[in-house]
Design a protein around this ligand. Structure first.
Ligand SMILES: Cc1cc2nc3c(=O)[nH]c(=O)nc-3n(C[C@H](O)[C@H](O)[C@H](O)COP(=O)(O)OP(=O)(O)OC[C@H]3O[C@@H](n4cnc5c(N)ncnc54)[C@H](O)[C@@H]3O)c2cc1C
Length: 354
């Protein structure tokens, strides 16, 4: 029986494998793709805070462009700052490989073109079938993306709600960047309950489609000797679909719990991962509450709200300013609870949103 198997070599799996390999445990990473990170199914935006808070220093090898933050744009073109914390447009394929290489450098074994087809509890650990071979492992990390086989076979899935995402890439000379310094988030009725992003980035023309977890109902994100991380656990921001930062955060935590469980020879030590991740800002119920409400806002309401925030940082909102708005626009008072929660959501998204 080996110490640990990580299924999936995305950012979440790479991060979990790094913790296990650095602690000296025999770690095997199983990845169904022939080349880690390819094809890319991501717009490749991540915040600097997301990287640094998980111990990753931005590396020129995979940084494509630095941005100053993100703005939200209303249907009438007015906008406000979502965050002024900097971030990056990265090269996801190179980033994913860099993440996994970090684990390989510490002794992990990477097996590409290896699809896991079955997982079952076995002899105090887990039995995995991949490419017709059987592997027994004390610990398993399910980092196998939004359609996670690991979560399903471990019996953790109750219901999975996903959203479809489409990405259109244009040459800079064909479409002038609307704001080369910021990521732009567009809301409005024309997106039919969804949203649109514009990212400045140097890329070739391409169309990409993929799924993003929206609301995943898992009985637990862990079982004895097992944890699910990143998209496999549905840990993406429902406000905007960002999953790289939640992936590396949950991957790091799962890796740390796995190391503790191997050290103590206690598979049940991994169950605590579920509680810690669920109480993290990434899965705060206010995010779902807020996006469900904002989806129902009319363009008129959206425009009125954004006009009040026009060109400013939401932190500049004071009680005095809000009272002034209530006097000038009494219809907004009816939405006072939503606005209060919107500020809480923006506070969360500032650091943990992307
Ligand atoms: C169009 C689009 C744009 C996006 N843009 C952004 C963005 O700008 N910023 C952001 O933060 N997030 C974005 N996301 C979300 C982000 O891409 C994901 O949240 C992120 O990739 C999650 O990382 P992960 O490691 O959990 O899963 P993944 O990156 O999906 O990695 C899972 C890995 O597991 C492998 N795998 C799956 N099943 C098996 C199996 N049975 N056996 C072996 N290997 C398996 C897969 O091949 C894959 O390599 C976007 C998503 C889409 C679809």
């Amino acid at each position: 029986m080996i110490d640990a198997v990580v299924v999936g070599a995305g950012p979440a799996g790479g991060m979990a494998a790094r913790q296990l390999a650095a602690a000296g445990y025999e770690t095997v990473i199983l990845e169904k793709r022939k080349v880690v990170g390819e094809p890319v199914q991501c717009a490749e935006g991540v915040s600097e805070f997301g990287l640094l808070s998980n111990g990753l220093s931005p590396d020129q090898e995979w940084i494509a462009q630095r941005v100053a933050g993100a703005k939200c744009v209303a249907p009438n073109g007015k906008w406000f700052y979502i965050t002024r914390l900097p971030g990056y447009a990265i090269d996801r394929a190179v980033f994913d490989r860099w993440m996994v290489d970090g684990a390989v450098d510490d002794g992990a074994e990477l097996r590409t073109a290896t699809r896991v087809t079955r997982l079952a509890a076995h002899d105090g650990g887990w039995r995995i079938e991949a490419n017709g071979e059987t592997i027994d492992s004390r610990v398993v990390i399910g980092a196998d993306g939004p359609a996670s086989l690991v979560a399903r076979d471990a019996g953790l899935v109750r219901n999975l709600e996903k959203i479809l995402a489409y990405e259109y890439r244009f040459q800079n000379e064909d479409v002038a960047a609307r704001d080369p310094e910021y990521f732009l988030l567009f809301l409005g009725e024309q997106y039919k309950g969804g949203y649109a992003w514009i990212f400045p980035n140097e890329r070739r023309t391409q169309t990409i489609a993929g799924t993003i977890p929206y609301r995943y109902d898992l009985t637990s994100l862990a079982a004895p000797g097992l944890a699910v991380v990143g998209d496999a656990a549905g840990i993406t921001n429902p406000m905007n679909g960002a999953g790289i930062h939640p992936g590396i955060f949950s991957g790091r935590l799962a890796g740390e719990f796995a190391v503790a469980s191997l050290e103590k020879k206690d598979p049940a030590a991994m169950l605590e991962y579920d509680r810690v991740v669920r109480s993290s800002p990434f899965l705060d119920p206010v995010l779902w509450w807020m996006i469900d409400r904002a989806r129902r806002w009319t363009d008129r309401l959206m425009n009125t709200v954004v006009e009040e925030l026009e060109g400013i940082d939401w932190r500049a909102l004071t009680w005095k300013r809000m009272l002034g708005t209530g006097v000038r626009k009494p219809s907004l008072v009816l939405h006072a609870r939503e606005f209060y929660r919107m500020i809480r959501t923006l506070e969360l998204c500032d650091r943990y949103g992307w």
